[in-house]
Design a protein around this ligand. Structure first.
Ligand SMILES: C[S@@+](CC[C@H](N)C(=O)[O-])C[C@H]1O[C@@H](n2cnc3c(N)ncnc32)[C@H](O)[C@@H]1O
Length: 216
């Protein structure tokens, strides 16, 4: 354990970086672990990492040979897949914010390699453009505490469903603290007409709403 990790058990150590997309970002050492936070939300490597891990546990990872992550952030779900689940197949990650991509690299060691492609582009543009299909799609698109409305729209989800392989699953981190409840209920009704199964997980890790979409 280095001195920063040790000191962080007594007082969190914070470094701030400005981003045009997410305002002030904080890199904080807390209880011996480095986190990425926005003003009001944990973006990566804190409770968010636990929440997405719970989502992954609901899927059938052994059948997954390709993953798409929309909203890479600091890359904590990539770390979870690689380390906790020993997932070694290709991952494609999409992130709108070049500042966050740089933080992922410099602070968390997440950078492109033969098994990780990173696209710095708006996720909506990406899903419209790409023709590839994926066995697992993880959608984790937040600006601070909020999922932008476009990512709850049928138009966006029609594009996402096109990118899901026939056996593919989707994890959608849909809200913090029951936000946008009505829009999420409408979306669930729509998705239930399109895929085999949609599970709603509320208060995951006491905060978030996850949707898990499954193929037959
Ligand atoms: C909660 S963080 C993602 C954390 C990440 N999944 C992880 O495992 O560490 C949400 C991310 O969504 C990104 N984001 C928000 N709107 C976006 C958009 N339109 N296109 C791509 N990324 C977007 C933010 O910049 C932020 O990095």
């Amino acid at each position: 354990m280095n001195s920063k990790q040790l000191f962080s058990y007594i007082l969190p150590i914070t470094k701030t970086i400005k981003s045009k997309h997410s305002g002030t970002l904080e890199i904080t050492w807390h209880n011996g672990k480095k986190h990425l936070n926005s003003k009001n939300a944990n973006y990566s490597y804190g409770s968010l990492q636990k929440i997405l891990k719970i989502g992954i546990e609901q899927t059938e990872l052994p059948k997954v040979k390709s993953v798409l992550v929309l909203g890479m952030g600091g890359g904590s779900v990539i770390e979870t897949l690689r380390t906790d689940f020993e997932y070694n197949y290709p991952i494609t990650a999409v992130e709108i914010d070049p500042v966050i991509i740089e933080i992922a690299n410099a602070e968390f060691g997440i950078s492109e390699n033969e098994n990780l492609q990173i696209h710095c582009i708006d996720a909506y543009q990406f899903v419209k453009q790409t023709t590839k299909q994926f066995d697992l799609i993880i959608i984790d698109l937040f600006i601070d505490l909020s999922v932008p409305d476009q990512f709850l729209s049928e138009a966006f989800w029609n594009e996402v469903l096109r990118l899901k392989s026939s056996k593919g699953d989707i994890i959608f981190n849909a809200a913090v603290k029951n936000g946008k409840h009505k829009s999420i209920q409408q979306l669930i009704s729509y998705l239930r007409t399109k895929v085999y199964r949609v599970d709603l997980l509320e208060n995951v890790n006491n905060t978030n709403t996850l949707l898990i979409l499954k193929s037959l």
